[in-house]
Write a protein that binds this ligand. Structure first.
Ligand SMILES: *[C@@H]1O[C@H](CO)[C@@H](O)[C@H](O)[C@H]1NC(C)=O
Ligand SMILES: *[C@@H]1O[C@H](CO)[C@@H](O)[C@H](O)[C@H]1NC(C)=O
Ligand SMILES: *[C@@H]1O[C@H](CO)[C@@H](O)[C@H](O)[C@H]1NC(C)=O
Length: 354
């Protein structure tokens, strides 16, 4: 009986360890047992001590940073590029603006193809209680510039943020994320700050294969897909993989860098939480500049140095610098190894194997 008990505890521990490893393996803030393909890559986050039931006003001040350029994405890059007005909505768990694997609504199609909000606004309003707030920024003609977006409210019932920014010109391509939950399942508090790197999405409503292709509506439309670089990634990130909503870039290789091996981040979102109506610094009246994230932040493992891609095999010869991406890779490997050893030690100790 004692033997059986300890084996039971021991296997429970192994399951806990496995869940820990899965979280380490890339899913961000998903409830237990509910894995799905996420539409965002969270590069940095900070927890706050604001409980999920906080009754006062909570808003995120988000900044959109464009990173779509001829230097980073040289293939077929259009002559007159721009970003459509960025749009962010907050909503409940009972609402989806778009997902990375299903056909999009007519409103989302209209944003992705034309950058217009009219049809989408009706969908947003028709969702009633499920949607809370919708804000949008300005069209941006310098595609590597950044802009501050109007603050967006969240509540305990509406903690999810979804976003779209149309790539112009393009058949139906956009950047953004969907269903990001601003309350951590782990701490049950709001995130104080989040930094999301975006993928590139094809809304699946237009068959055009170049930025300036003539309108060619797909009938029936296909699911929304995320562009990926062929042959990239490890076994769990194969490209293409239609079951996971990943489709190869069009034949001209739009969005790939000049090495053709990866898609540099086309844009990122950084959001900071403001709590209530009070001061940020005691005794000083609130001023947005006190909490706005900076417009431009260098990303050593993603930004080009003197026009050289961090995925260029000759990075070090060409720039005379060590590749920040390589050292990030090493750091992550060490981190993963330390974590694995810790978990193993924990299991060994608890099961009394030694
Ligand atoms: C967002 O919060 C502000 C500040 O409390 C409030 O004035 C505004 O009405 C809210 N908007 C929505 C759509 O909830
Ligand atoms: C676009 O914006 C970036 C970042 O603010 C700036 O460095 C660059 O000079 C701008 N390009 C043009 C053509 O204005
Ligand atoms: C906010 O602070 C910035 C920088 O300190 C200042 O330039 C700006 O005028 C202030 N805005 C308001 C409305 O006080």
């Amino acid at each position: 009986m004692v033997q059986a008990m300890s084996w039971w505890k021991c296997s429970l521990l192994i399951v806990t360890a496995a869940i820990l490893m899965v979280v380490v393996g890339g899913q961000f803030n998903e409830p237990p047992g509910k894995r799905r393909e996420q539409t965002f890559k969270v590069l940095e986050f900070e927890n706050s001590n604001i409980n999920q039931r906080y009754p006062g006003t909570l808003r995120y001040y988000c900044t959109f940073r464009g990173k779509w350029s001829a230097e980073r994405h040289p293939n077929d890059f259009p002559r007159r590029p721009s970003w459509g007005p960025p749009i962010i909505v907050s909503h409940s768990n009972g609402y989806r603006m778009w997902t990375g694997t299903e056909a999009v609504t007519a409103g989302v199609e209209s944003i992705a193809e034309d950058g217009f909000f009219t049809i989408y606004t009706n969908e947003f309003l028709n969702a009633g209680f499920e949607t809370l707030h919708m804000v949008h920024g300005e069209r941006m003609f310098n595609t590597t510039e950044s802009q501050h977006l109007p603050p967006i409210n969240v509540t305990f019932e509406h903690p999810f943020l979804s976003s779209m920014v149309k790539i112009q010109p393009s058949p139906d391509w956009f950047v953004g994320f969907s269903d990001f939950r601003t309350i951590s399942y782990e701490t049950e508090t709001y995130y104080n700050r989040i930094l999301i790197q975006s993928y590139v999405w094809d809304s699946g409503t237009d068959g055009g294969q170049t930025y300036t292709a003539l309108d060619r509506d797909l009938d029936p439309q296909i699911p929304c897909y995320r562009f990926c670089a062929r042959g990239s990634g490890k076994s769990n990130h194969q490209c293409p993989d239609l079951t996971k909503g990943r489709i190869e870039t069009p034949p001209l290789g739009q969005f790939l860098d000049y090495t053709g091996t990866y898609i540099p981040t086309p844009g990122e979102f950084e959001c900071v939480l403001r709590v209530g109506e009070g001061d940020v610094f005691a005794g000083t009246p609130f001023n947005e500049t006190q909490i706005r994230p900076p417009l431009s932040v260098p990303r050593p493992d993603d930004d080009f140095v003197d026009g050289v891609s961090p995925h260029d095999p000759e990075f070090e010869q060409k720039t005379g610098q060590s590749n920040p991406r390589a050292s990030t890779g090493v750091r992550l490997t060490i981190l993963a190894a330390v974590q694995a050893i810790t978990v193993l030690g924990f299991v060994v100790a608890a099961c009394g194997i030694l």
